[in-house]
Design a protein. Structure first.
Lengths: 134, 174
């Protein structure tokens, strides 16, 4: 087997080794850095009374109205941030919290929860798709 | 093409098909990981009998393989077909344009790379229109492809050398 291994080494050309080196370098650095480069695929999840009402991408500007026990809560998504702009609750703590980029806003009286979470769904469905292929 | 060669192409197709099927039942740490063992046969065919024979072996493997697993003309077939044909064409093109530049290992790396790129593009078009998901997974897939590709190239190199040796022996005994 040793002669076989030697044979492999001597039969690779310089271009072979260069190509191998470049591919390993590019793909391993890509593996390490791709997460930093990509925009984070985050979502805004809105729950009313414990029930999920909306899952929205944080990139898209949008104003959403949801109906809680007290009345209507208006949530605004803009510039990758979220805030509650209108709420029927008595103390308006949720509005005072202002813009958030991560974490959550909870309006206990009107039972509205706004969570910014990572959306892993895209990657998962990719894995599922490739899995179905193998 | 001599009848001797035809017989060998049929045999090579059968080997490719067997390796393709064997690899399908082989447990791997990541479910979508494939070793691309069939590419050993494709590359060997390309180097010994040329591009036309290699394409033939690839088509026979992809079509019969999908018929056996019941995925013919399904999305898995499209991925397998696109990847197989693209990688064979890429290897054949590089070999005919720059015959002396790359050895079997380099050609195998090119084949693996184009196989991966074609499948990622097809996966993007067919399954998920989310470019960030594809970008996220591409470097990992290409890294694994590079590793399996270099091993496959080395095996193909050994195979070709041994086939040539037996050919010479046959000629001497005749």
């Amino acid at each position: 087997m040793s002669s076989g291994l030697k044979g492999i080494l001597t039969s690779t050309t310089k271009a072979d080794r260069l190509l191998l080196f470049i591919l390993i370098l590019l793909s391993s650095s890509g593996t390490l850095f791709v997460k930093e480069v990509l925009p984070k695929g985050r979502t805004v999840q809105i729950e009313v009374d414990g029930q999920p009402a909306y899952v929205l991408p944080i990139e898209r500007e949008r104003t959403v109205l949801v109906k809680g026990p007290y009345g209507n809560t208006v949530i605004e998504i803009k510039n990758h941030k979220v805030r509650i702009i209108e709420s029927p609750c008595p103390n308006k703590l949720c509005i005072q919290q202002g813009w958030i980029e991560s974490g959550a806003i909870v309006c206990l009286p009107n039972r509205v929860v706004v969570i910014i979470g990572d959306s892993q769904r895209g990657t998962e469905s990719l894995f599922d798709a490739v899995d179905a292929v193998t | 093409m001599q009848s001797h060669d035809k017989y060998r192409i049929a045999l090579l197709s059968a080997y490719a098909l067997a390796l393709h099927g064997f690899e399908g039942i082989l447990p791997t740490p990541i479910p979508w990981l494939r070793l691309g063992l069939a590419n050993i046969i494709t590359l060997t065919t390309l180097l010994l009998y040329g591009l036309r024979a290699a394409i033939m072996v690839t088509l026979i493997r992809v079509i019969l393989g999908s018929l056996f697993t019941g995925t013919f003309l399904g999305p898995a077939f499209i991925l397998s077909f696109g990847g197989g044909v693209t990688s064979t064409l890429a290897m054949g093109l590089v070999l005919s344009l720059m015959p002396k530049l790359f050895g079997p290992v380099g050609l195998s790396l090119i084949g693996a790379l184009f196989h991966n790129i074609a499948q990622l593009l097809l996966a993007y078009v067919i399954f998920i229109q989310r470019i960030e998901a594809i970008l996220l997974i591409s470097p990992v897939i290409i890294l694994i492809g590079t590793m399996t590709g270099s091993v496959n190239g080395a095996v193909s190199d050994l195979l070709i050398k041994n086939l040539k040796k037996t050919d010479e022996k046959d000629k001497n005994t005749q």
